[in-house]
Structures are given as structure tokens and as C-alpha cells.
Design a protein around this ligand. Sequence first.
Ligand SMILES: *Cc1c(COP(=O)(O)O)cnc(C)c1O
Length: 386
Amino acid sequence: MNKILVNERLKRVAETFGTPVLVMDLNIVKANYEKLIDNVRNSRVYYAVKANSHIEILKLLRDLGSYFDVASRPEIEKLLSIGVEPERMSFGNTIKKTKDISFAYNNGIRMFAVDSEMEIEKIADNAPGSDIYVRISTNGMEDDADWPLTRKFGTSVDHAIKLVKYAVDLELNPIGVSFHVGSQNYNPDNWRVAIREVSVVFEEARKMGIDMYMVNTGGGMPVKYSRNIPSVEEISEVINKAIVDYIGENTLVVLEPGRSMVGSAGAMVTSVILRSKKGEENWVYTDAGIFHGLTETIQNIRYEVEVIGRELEEKGKFVLAGPTCDSVDVMYYDIELAKNVTIDDLIVLYNTGAYTTEYSTNFNGIEPPKVVFEEIFVKEPLTEEV
Ligand SMILES: *Cc1c(COP(=O)(O)O)cnc(C)c1O
């Protein structure tokens, strides 16, 4: 798919609907779903709803037969409202409100993630007899992920073993172990190492007479931003091999893609509302920023950015900032844009279908980006250079 052609389509959408606008192509979501299912053996996809909870995406995945990883009552309600059965939901947040656990249980959900004693007690009290899985924290190699999830979530292998035992004592049913290698992870070997650690928990559980059957490999599969990424096929291969080598080939593999399911299906189009010069720095301000969908730029996420209609022009160094009255609202202090970029130009940020509109606020009274569904990429996500 040619970038200039895509940009012309994006421009038409922006002219019709105004900016900022996130343009999503459901064909790509479908292709991403199918690719995962085709490549990871014995797998089930639980879409991480938080990445993009737009109802059209949830309906598409419902129709494709996907399962869902949910984190709160409103996410559960949204899925129930479109007819997703509770058996297709996993309450994967390890930090649940007690009331939300009761709500989930009363609506038929029986699958919960834990990484602490108190969470097990909450589930035993409010969702008795349910399936639980223990989340371990994957060590080291934190630099491999642009958005690490190590410290706040999961626990040690030793502690996980104790939690499995404790869950059985409280008459819950431990079915497996989960991990998350960190979002936007570039190193497939992280999955192998994590699955090897999971195997220790499985082995110790077996010694206690507890047979588990599920490995939840979380999310973490990357989307193409500025750096090259390993392919889904490559990561799947590592997962398939590690499951056979360390756990056993009949293991159910749960996948929880968020970013890799929807990231490549979206492009955010913004308008330049001001250009200015401060000393040596050239500043460009757009109508969406940190508080209007581009939140992930505060950490390590480097989107690919282009000025529509100036793809072939000479580039220069810029600071790219958002429209609000907050100095945090700066996306990049060192980005290359077309040198002659000016007011009313459209700036597109590619592969922004995940973790953008979900983070949007109304800060300063400025409206969040609209979401529009169009077949902009036809079959393939954007890959080719100009
Ligand atoms: C956010 C989240 C995911 C999705 O992670 P991605 O890196 O976006 O694929 C999966 N599982 C859990 C438990 C999460 O919290």
C-alpha cells in the first residue's frame, strides 16, 4: 500500500469529518485476528479491550469468535450489551474492585487473574469456585519493551506457587499462569523465558496434585512505529516451541493482544494550528496532543509521522506539541517533518489504532479525536515507503 495514496484518502476523511480524527480500517483488525489464530497453536484470543473499546471493533471481534480480556464493570457491561457471553470473558485485571468481582460473577464470568493473597480472598468470597490464574512478573530484559508492565503487575515464581496452593485452600480452581512481557516488546526471546518460568509453577502445582492446562502469554506483540519489529509469525514460532519444550503440546494458549490487534488498523490525522520559532527551535502545534490521544508519546512510543502532501519535500528538525495550556503537552522534541510545514497542513501519525482514543480527555474543553471507520488500507496495513 502506497503511502501517498493512503494519505490522499486520509485527507478526504479529514476534510469530511474535521480533525483530529482517528481513521480505523476494520479489515486490518480482522486480518490481525486471523493471523494470530493461524500462527499460535491451540490458541484462543482474548482481546484486551482497553486498547480500543470502540463498539464497532468489539462487534467485529464478537462475530469473529474472539474472547475478551476485561478490566472493569463498564467493559463487561459494554460486551454484555452486544451479546458477548460471559464464558468469553476473562477478568484479567489483578486489581479489581470487590463490587466488580460480584458483578462479574453474578453475570456468569468465572475466570479471574490474581497476583496476591488478598485478591484470592476477594474472589473466593465474591466469586466462589471460579477459575483463577496467577500472573507472574517477567524479570530482566525490561529494555526490550517500550511500555514495560513489570513492576506493578505479577509476582515471583515462588510466590505464584504459594498463591496456587492458597487458591485451592479457598476452594478456587487454578487453571494456569499468565505473564505480560511488556507492551510493544521487540524481543521474541522474552516469551520463551517467561514460558520457562511458567513451567516451574506448573511443575510445583503438579506435585501438589493440581493439574493446570492454560498458559496466558498476555500481550506485548509490537506494532510498526519507527523501529523494525519481529513479525507475528516469528513470535508465534517462539511461543509454539516453548510451549512444547517446557509445558506440553496440549496446553491451551491464551493470547491477550491489545496493541497488535488494533494498532496497525488506525491512523490519526491532526491539523497544524500554529508554527513558531523559539530561539533555534522550530515548534509545530497540532490540534491533538498528549491529552487528546497521543498520550503514549510521553514514554517511548515513537510514531511514524508525515505531513500530508509534503511527503517528498525536504525535512527539518521540529518540536511537535499539542494544543493545551500544559507544558507536558509535547509529543516529540526531536522530530523530522517537512521543512515548509505550515498552518492548516494535515499531519498523520500512523499505526495509532491502539491506546490513543482510550486515553483522550476533554482537557481545556478541547474535544477528543473522532473515530471514523473507512477502508483506507484495503487489505494490507501500511508498510511500503514513499
Ligand atoms: C494491556 C494488557 C494486555 C494487552 O497488551 P498489549 O501489549 O497492548 O498487547 C494484555 N493483557 C493484560 C492483562 C493487559 O493488561
